[in-house]
Design a protein around this ligand. Structure first.
Ligand code: COA
Length: 709
């Protein structure tokens, strides 16, 4: 059906046949009660799927009272998609038949593909689907579930609780468990997709399709690794809806586990964190955290400023929430005096209108509603967290209804979330709030992880508007081309420091002034012209580790010193590698005193392609690993954010009377570096380490570039 109405290229990206199916075939539908092939037919039937169900089994006439067909080619009507649940060795044959029949795509439940090293079979499966222009979900999945179509095409015993969160998960078993939880916790889902080995559709495809899906407001992802991380980042950036991701395998051990689980390589957790942030993907760290965040995003607007107010009847939960607010990046501020004065009338003498606003244990419906109304109608407030500890003399339901009434009355655009700590009466009130679209939690910490996410989303929307697109700088590409060609012609993969420095110069990267000299006489002449103090370094394509070869002398402050250093370096280099080709000695000005040492680099991430890295030098990078990453290329504005992301940013910003460093110039330099690695895919790695950052300048004092083989 979809085939007739859509062109080839359109259909590839249309998942209408998956999200809104009219007829589903189950190939491998089984008569064995409790088997996977049986449970899929049962799930479709009992889930209330209103389209046609076609069980396929050459050995059966009917399953669960539904007529069976020996093969998909015997089905009389059109089929939206087929669920494949036959043993692996039969999969290719039945998928080929699906292609001949003509349908939107296939979901392949069967295991036994790349996850166990059977790469060839997986490749063949993909080829068949491509040949017939069918989408492919899986293999090695539990199936897919769509609430709008009441289509449980999986071996989950039930559909998830209905709502507008879509969930795509690389883990099938976890997904089945979570579907059960959504029902108990009333977390509303639109589509739930198990994507397993991702031989066909990847996270990027689902993000694109769900962005267009009218039933979905938020996209949740459980990720172990990507096939093509770069494509995912681009899809996420384009996506208009919030995406929350739980990335598994962030520990060293976990990384190994996810790799063996899905057959895909997991990238470094630091890279994920930075690149997700760049693309606006919000990160969760636990399963409940994923759902809390998604719930808040599904029901509320992003928080558009930093002014968060807590209204509470208990000091204890107020303090806990205050701590959590800081942890999640929205530290509490004191509200303006007029707002404090207004709220004072809703509390006894011993209450507090500061933040948290403590209406005390006497706080009832009227006081909660009054304080909330004042807060929401005041321009200062950007979001409110309402906390309540159940007390004998107050009615949790009454308070919940008061909160709801104020939200309705004020028609507020500002996010409000609620947490109650209490017993059955509180639980009932919480359910009532959830049914009325107000995110409700039973712990103050969850209110803050949700608010933190809403603020992060708000910041991302502001920032993506402000950052703009990357605009290439005017650079000397031809100059770089010539240097790289010369290196290649000499069958080398590493540039000498001088060559790398010249590449930097072509791209406007501030490589420190350097001169090549070939004898003592030239060295002294150059030293006189440059002025002291100076550094001398061996220049040889065969000696990459200059320090190890004792090929570097720093802080030379006299002509005699230059002569001595020249002799020593030449002698050491010959001793280190007698056949090394020596191109001379590099003389550089020593960096001025007082800089902050920074490092910048660029490399190719196996999943995300070219990335740039930034950090402070020395122990900050070596011990603390305090670095940030971005997918290249990036604008100077994005580079500035990257600089601000490191924990030791205070050192650059200036502290205890120290002046701020030249951070705009640094940001421009990182942006130029990101252009260099993007323009020349043959570059494998670039290192500007160290670079000396001053209040008014930046000098790169060592340069390293290596090429792909
Ligand atoms: N077309 C359609 N049906 C066929 C068929 C064909 N060409 N050939 C056989 N069948 C039928 C069989 O007769 C059987 O039905 P029956 O039970 O009524 O006789 C049915 O297909 C299933 O075949 P069977 O050989 O019993 O397979 P199985 O149920 O033991 O296993 C899978 C099939 C797909 C479930 C199994 O191979 C598998 O991969 N399991 C792992 C699934 C999984 O865990 N996925 C990932 C989750 S994270």
């Amino acid at each position: 059906m979809e085939k007739a109405s859509l062109s080839k290229s359109e259909k590839k990206y249309s998942l209408d046949s998956l999200f809104n199916p009219k007829a589903v075939a189950v190939i491998g539908a089984s008569r064995k009660e409790g088997s996977i092939g049986y449970m899929i037919v049962k799930g479709l039937k009992e889930g209330g799927f209103e389209g046609k169900i076609y069980p396929i089994n050459p050995n059966a006439d009917e399953i669960l009272g539904i007529k069976c067909y020996p093969s998909i080619l015997d089905v009389p009507g059109e089929v939206s998609f087929a669920v494949i649940a036959v043993p692996q060795k039969l999969v290719l044959e039945v998928v080929e038949q699906c292609g001949k029949k003509g349908m939107g795509g296939v979901t392949v439940i069967s295991s036994g593909f790349a996850e166990v090293g059977n790469i060839e079979a997986e490749k063949a499966l993909r080829e068949i689907c491509d040949r017939y222009n069918m989408w492919l979900v899986g293999p090695n999945i539990i199936g897919t579930l769509s609430n709008p179509a009441k289509c449980n095409a999986s071996f989950s015993p039930q559909l998830p609780y209905p709502g507008n969160i879509a969930f795509v998960s690389q883990s099938g078993a976890l997904l089945i468990g979570l579907i059960g939880q959504t029902v108990i916790k009333k977390i509303g889902m639109s589509h739930v997709i198990s994507n397993g080995n991702m031989a066909g559709l990847d996270f990027a495809d689902f993000v694109e399709a769900l962005d267009k899906d009218e039933h979905t407001k938020v996209i949740c992802l459980y990720i172990e690794g990507f096939k093509d991380g770069r494509r995912f980042l681009e899809a996420a950036k384009r996506c208009s809806k919030p995406i929350v991701a739980l990335k598994a395998g962030v520990s060293k051990r976990g990384e190994i586990a996810t790799r063996s689980h899905t057959g895909s390589l997991a990238g470094s957790p630091k890279v994920y964190k930075s690149l997700f942030r760049q693309a606006g993907v919000l990160q969760a760290f636990t399963v409940p955290g994923l759902f809390h965040r998604a719930e808040a995003l599904a029901h509320l607007n992003p928080m558009r400023g930093d002014n968060l107010l807590i209204i509470t009847n208990g000091g204890g939960i107020g303090v806990l929430a205050t701590d959590a607010a800081e942890y999640y990046g929205i530290p509490l501020q004191e509200p303006p005096k007029d707002l404090q004065d207004a709220m004072r009338k809703w509390m006894p003498e011993f209450g507090s209108p500061r933040n948290p606003v403590d209406i005390t244990g006497m706080g009832d419906r009227e006081s909660y509603a009054g304080a909330l109304r004042d807060a929401l109608t005041h321009p200062w407030t950007d979001g409110v967290v309402v906390l309540y500890c159940e007390t004998a003399q107050t009615d949790p339901m009454d308070i919940a209804q008061g909160i709801y009434q104020v939200i309705q009355e004020t028609k507020t655009e500002k996010p409000v979330v609620v947490a109650y700590v209490g017993g059955e009466r509180s639980e009932a009130a919480g359910e009532w709030l959830i049914q009325h679209g107000i995110p409700f939690y039973d712990d103050p910490e969850f209110t803050m992880s949700s608010m933190g996410t809403l603020r992060e989303r708000g910041r991302y929307l502001e920032r993506s508007k402000a950052n703009g697109e990357f605009e290439p700088f005017e650079v000397d590409r031809e100059g770089v081309r010539q240097i790289l060609d010369r290196v290649r012609s000499e069958s080398r993969l590493s540039l000498t420091e001088y060559e790398a420095g010249m590449v930097f110069k072509c791209y406007g990267l501030p490589y420190i002034k350097s001169v090549i000299v070939n004898n003592e006489h030239e060295a002294v002449g150059a030293a006189r012209a440059m002025g002291f103090p100076l550094a001398l370094k061996i220049l040889s394509p065969d000696i990459l580790h200059k320090t190890e070869a004792k090929g570097v002398v720093l802080n030379i402050s006299s002509e005699d010193g230059v002569r001595a250093a020249f002799d020593a370096i030449m002698h050491n280099a010959r001793a280190y590698k007698p056949d090394a080709r020596i191109q001379g000695i590099l003389i550089q000005k020593m960096a001025r005193p007082g800089p902050t040492e920074v490092i910048m680099g660029a490399s190719k991430d196996p999943q995300f392609g070219p990335v740039v890295m930034f950090g402070l030098g020395g122990i900050f990078v070596e011990v603390l690993k305090d670095v940030s990453f971005r997918a290249a290329p990036i604008s100077p504005a994005e580079a500035l954010e990257m600089i601000k992301e490191i924990k030791s940013y205070e050192i650059i910003k200036g502290y205890r009377g120290k002046k701020p460093k030249h951070v705009e110039y640094l940001a421009e330099t990182i942006s130029r570096l990101s252009q260099l690695i993007t323009d020349f895919p043959e570059i494998k790695e670039i290192d500007a380490n160290p670079a000396m950052l001053y209040e008014d300048d930046l000098d790169i004092v060592d340069a390293l570039i290596t090429l792909e083989e």
